[in-house]
Design a protein around this ligand. Structure first.
Ligand SMILES: Cc1cc2nc3c(=O)[nH]c(=O)nc-3n(C[C@H](O)[C@H](O)[C@H](O)COP(=O)(O)OP(=O)(O)OC[C@H]3O[C@@H](n4cnc5c(N)ncnc54)[C@H](O)[C@@H]3O)c2cc1C
Length: 450
């Protein structure tokens, strides 16, 4: 741990002393292991990977294992994107429900998508079984809670279908059973998904990063890529510290994709989300609010989500997704108020950390992997499910670069990667849209908007 924050309690001071960085960052080495940032860049590489999050480092590992000379370049400190800012939940979900996909694409295609989600989950669960506490792995199952009878009915329909068609093991929770999971008067029931897990995003990222270095790839931080230009059968990558020629480029910039990659930027809607960490809570409080220490979220479109620190002491709570990041302190205050409203036993709780991270949604709400018309490979657009999906699709992208067609096969391979209309990508649209979702999905009779 590199910091013992001053906590705050007094409403007048709320936000004054909170540490504005991810709680997970406390577990990342204080001295970055990316010492090569000061050295000259190589002039040549087989593959340049742009973006050193989970996607970038996992693709690079596979490529390096196959004997490619790989350079990963990040604009900031490698890992400082969403990969070390998230809630650490690991499941087999994405933005489409199984029920909706079955109706629109047919049950067989829906099953195939969920088979891939399962493959992505299984692979991270296998890593968790092997690496254990080195990535903060916990197999803790997940509760999705409903805030109204209507939300509960929708949840039950979806999970009955999944249990029947996908064999997912679930437990349906009624109004009294949910109170044994969540000490809040606001939940009307829910579903517990037995096979789910959680990681510590900071430790998970460091593990994946170090494994990639051990495979022989090089990682360079604090070096924004400014342009990639095709040159015959190669590419010239222009960075803030020089140019590199390479055979392949993989774009792994997800929510942080900028104007330098316009083709990708036009296909991604960036979305900010927010989290706070509480001070360590006494065991008696845990017994009141989350006695079983699982991961949680509700089923509104602008949901709250919760997990706990691997040492079991702190609650990590997120939401207010889509809000404008201009005032992190202000949003942290609102999240703090949400938390105290949901859990009366936490009325006195203080928070130690607040942070934001950015994800990317796509127009069709599917992640996409493939090669764009200019020959750039990519894996992007996980819509808040990248802990397992990011590395999974990174391996697909790497297989595509290596020409391993069978291994590269995935339903997320994009013959079509639709543009997101410009207004939907504007800074103001996402706060408006998510604000609308919060209003439209609001449970009746709440004393305040959440
Ligand atoms: C608050 C929050 C909660 C979440 N909760 C969960 C969860 O519980 N479970 C889950 O599965 N997923 C969750 N997610 C989503 C998950 O974190 C992401 O899907 C995943 O981390 C994406 O990884 P990535 O490597 O693709 O992108 P990132 O980790 O965001 O990395 C992209 C990198 O690209 C770099 N970059 C951008 N442009 C350039 C450039 N021009 N040159 C060089 N580098 C560049 C950036 O600096 C950044 O480091 C959450 C996300 C957030 C924000």
């Amino acid at each position: 741990m590199n910091h013992v924050p001053t906590l705050f309690r007094d409403p007048g001071q709320r936000g004054a002393d909170v540490l504005l960085q991810p709680y997970w960052a406390d577990a990342r080495p204080a001295v970055p292991s990316f010492a090569d940032a000061g050295r000259a860049l190589p002039r040549e590489a087989d593959v340049v990977v742009v973006g050193a999050g989970l996607t970038g480092v996992e693709a690079a590992r596979v490529l390096a294992d196959a004997g490619r000379d790989v350079l990963i370049i990040d604009a900031g400190r490698p890992g400082d994107g969403a990969s070390t800012r998230n809630a650490g939940q690991v499941g087999r979900n994405f933005k489409h429900s199984f029920g909706d996909l079955s109706e629109t694409l047919g049950i067989d295609t829906a099953k195939s998508y969920f088979t891939e989600l399962r493959a992505a989950y299984d692979s991270l669960a296998a890593l968790g079984a092997q690496a254990g506490s080195a990535i903060g792995w916990r197999k803790c199952s997940r509760v999705i809670a409903a805030m109204s009878a209507e939300h509960l009915a929708r949840l039950h329909v979806e999970y009955e279908k999944r249990a029947l068609s996908l064999g997912e093991e679930v437990e349906f929770l009624d109004a009294s059973q949910i109170t044994q999971e969540l000490g809040s008067p606001l939940y009307k029931g829910g579903v517990r998904i037995i096979e789910n897990g959680a990681i510590h995003p900071g430790m998970y990222y460091e593990f994946m990063h170090d494994r990639t270095l051990a495979a022989g790839a090089r990682v360079v931080g604090n070096t924004p890529v400014q342009a990639v230009t095709p040159e015959g059968d190669r590419f010239e990558v222009t960075t803030s510290r020089g140019r590199i020629r390479c055979r392949n480029v993989l774009i792994a910039t997800n929510g942080y994709t900028g104007d330098e990659f316009a083709w990708f930027k036009h296909r991604l809607a960036p979305i900010n989300s927010y989290m706070i960490a509480t001070e360590p809570l006494p065991e008696a409080v845990w017994q009141d609010i989350l006695p079983k220490r699982r991961t949680y979220h509700d089923n509104r479109r602008r949901a709250h989500f919760m997990t706990f620190s691997p040492d079991g002491t702190r609650l990590l709570f997120g939401g207010r997704t889509g809000s404008d990041p201009a005032s992190l302190r202000g949003i942290a205050k609102r999240l703090h108020a949400d938390l105290r409203y949901l859990f009366p036993a936490l009325d006195d709780v203080r928070i130690s950390h607040a942070w934001t991270g950015r994800c990317a949604a796509t127009r069709d709400l599917f992640p996409h992997v493939g090669v764009n018309p200019a020959g750039l490979h990519y894996a992007l657009g996980y819509c808040f499910s990248g802990n397992a999906m990011g590395p999974y699709l990174a391996r697909k992208a790497a297989a595509l670069i290596l020409g391993n067609r069978d291994e590269a096969h995935t339903l997320f391979d994009s013959a079509r990667f639709p543009v997101v209309p410009a207004p939907a990508r504007s800074r103001w649209m996402m706060p408006l849209m998510m604000g609308y979702y919060a209003w439209a999905d609001r449970p009746k009779g709440l004393a305040r908007a959440i």
